[in-house]
Design a protein around this ligand. Structure first.
Ligand code: FAD
Length: 497
């Protein structure tokens, strides 16, 4: 049977944020561009479509922020947007990755982050101030915290929609339900992609190929192999299509691996959420307000410092801590003092939640938890809380415990004001950290001897080397755009040269 062949200058594999940015940038170079997306149109858009849509970029003042969002004079008077200087962005990235982040990749990310937001805006993406998730009224002034005052209008699905419109306008062909299977080489360079479309094999010939088809987070076999035993039991927060196919295709032709292959971004996620993300719920199965409560495991014990830092700087590693607990679950417990501080995801219908008027009653309702030990844990914790330090939720307030193991370093208030609410969580994996080694100069994939693989580029989650152990929230979409544009621009330029 003769295979159908289609010819393009640039073929981009995937249709998430990184792929769409790569496709648009390649098109801007005058290349004829195709996108191959494994999912149907309904399910397309990858993890990007599930994302909350917060974006972390460097800005030093309001004038720089104004390049990304409109700020009215009234907003300027009433809000303190803070800053995220390049130094602050570097500090967060270095501290969280224990200084392992690839210096060249992180420099590109941090120094290119403002310009990429402006570029996205020029492509029709609309950004707004992140009032809902990352700000609070303090003494009559709205204060943004966590160094991330901007989100995409409509969240991650809004972002994909804006970029999709731009791609259609630019005349980029999108082939849905067309999973890429392998790379075509002529012995020297990559010259295309083998894919299937409705079960039929096809070849997409191209002068340059950009792989932007996600990590291996949705593949239990690869998770177990690389992240370790137990990771097959995690739920997947986003797309079921990110099976590591792109990484494997590239390794098969000699690409170099790079980064933290045993590491992943994983968060607390509703215990009874479906195995993969649900686009109607988006990111709302997450439970990120644990900083104001206690996390207890099946033994009735605490196991992390819930108040170590703002959730932005701990949530991506605490999912993995939950996975290590007996039964792979943890209850988040709060009293009524903090109910009003809980994020919107604590008010959805699809949640595993129990409430009680006494701690003793709550102990009987925490399914799977040793009730006596739970009560002992709370007594010991309450006794350790420093009453003399005031609680202030918009800063790291230093209100901590003493003599309690593990400590709670900030926002430690006694659990003593009924009613009590508790939410059952497990580990939800977001994306994997390990990936391919690219040349930071042009986004081209390197082989195991660190030579360029001619014709092959990569972007997004597939780029290894940026994140180790942990991750500052809002960085995935920005890095996808920075490296997507870099790869697309160079792939396009090389294809039309
Ligand atoms: C619930 C959730 C909330 C998040 N919130 C945020 C946030 O607020 N801010 C932030 O910055 N980041 C957030 N992230 C992380 C962010 O979404 C990702 O880092 C980013 O979207 C990855 O972009 P990508 O383009 O590399 O991958 P994806 O967007 O996952 O795109 C990969 C694409 O490749 C396709 N594909 C896979 N295999 C193949 C194949 N063989 N052939 C063809 N196509 C294939 C997939 O269908 C998909 O379209 C969140 C993630 C999740 C899951």
């Amino acid at each position: 049977m003769e295979q159908q062949q289609l010819n393009y200058d640039v073929v981009v594999v995937g249709k998430g944020n990184a792929a769409l940015c790569a496709a648009l940038a390649a098109r801007d170079q005058g290349a004829r561009v195709a996108i191959l997306e494994a999912a149907s149109e309904d399910e397309s858009g990858g993890n990007s479509r599930f994302a909350g849509g917060v974006m972390r970029f460097a800005f030093h003042n309001l004038d720089e922020l104004r390049r990304v969002i409109d700020i009215t004079p009234q907003e300027e008077a009433e809000a303190d947007f803070g800053t995220n200087t390049t130094d602050e962005f570097y500090d967060d990235l270095f501290r969280l990755t224990k200084f392992k982040t690839d210096p060249e990749l992180s420099e590109l990310l941090v120094t290119g982050s403002l310009d990429i937001m402006v570029w996205l805006r020029s492509k029709g993406v609309r950004f707004i101030a992140n009032y809902g998730r990352q700000s609070a009224l303090v003494n009559g002034k709205r204060r943004f915290f966590g160094r991330m005052p901007v989100e995409v209008s409509g969240g991650g699905s809004g972002l994909v929609e804006f970029l999709d419109k731009a791609a259609q306008k630019a005349g980029i062909d999108i082939h849905y339900a067309t999973p890429a299977r392998s790379l075509v080489t002529d012995g020297e360079r990559v010259v295309g992609v083998r894919a299937t479309q409705r079960g039929k094999p096809m070849v997409f010939n191209a002068r340059s190929v950009v792989l932007a088809c996600g990590g291996f987070e949705a593949n239990p076999e690869m998770r177990t192999r690389y992240l370790g035993p137990g990771w097959e039991l995690a739920k997947v927060r986003g797309s079921r299509f990110n099976q590591g196919a792109g990484i494997r295709m590239a390794l098969d032709i000699g690409a170099a691996s790079h980064g933290n292959w045993s590491g992943a971004h994983a968060t607390g996620w509703d215990l009874n959420a479906p195995p993969y993300g649900d686009l109607t719920v988006g990111d709302q199965f997450q439970k990120h307000s644990y900083i104001f409560g206690l996390l207890v495991n099946a033994d009735g014990k605490r196991f992390v410092d819930e108040g170590l830092d703002f959730h932005s700087f701990t949530y991506a590693k605490y999912g993995g801590e939950v996975l290590k607990q007996p039964g792979q679950f943890a209850w988040q417990v709060f009293d009524s003092k903090v109910t009003k501080l809980l994020r919107s995801e604590y008010r959805i219908k699809m949640m595993t939640k129990v409430s009680a008027n006494t701690l003793e009653e709550l102990a009987t309702k925490l399914e799977g938890v040793n009730p006596e030990q739970f009560l002992k844990t709370v007594r010991e914790y309450n006794a350790g809380v420093r009453d003399d330090i005031p609680f202030e939720h918009t800063v790291k307030d230093g209100k901590r415990t003493e003599g309690v193991e593990p400590p709670k370093s900030n926002w430690a208030q006694k659990l003593d004001s009924p009613p009590f609410d508790a939410y059952a969580t497990t580990c939800g994996i977001t994306f994997t950290f390990g990936g391919l080694r690219i040349d930071p100069a042009n986004g081209q994939v390197l082989d195991t001897t660190h030579q360029h693989i001619p014709g092959l580029y990569c972007a997004g989650e597939m780029v290894g080397g940026l994140f180790y152990f942990n991750y500052p929230s809002g960085t995935g979409l920005v890095s996808g755009a920075v490296f997507g544009k870099l790869a697309g621009e160079n792939a396009g330029r090389a294809a039309v040269a």
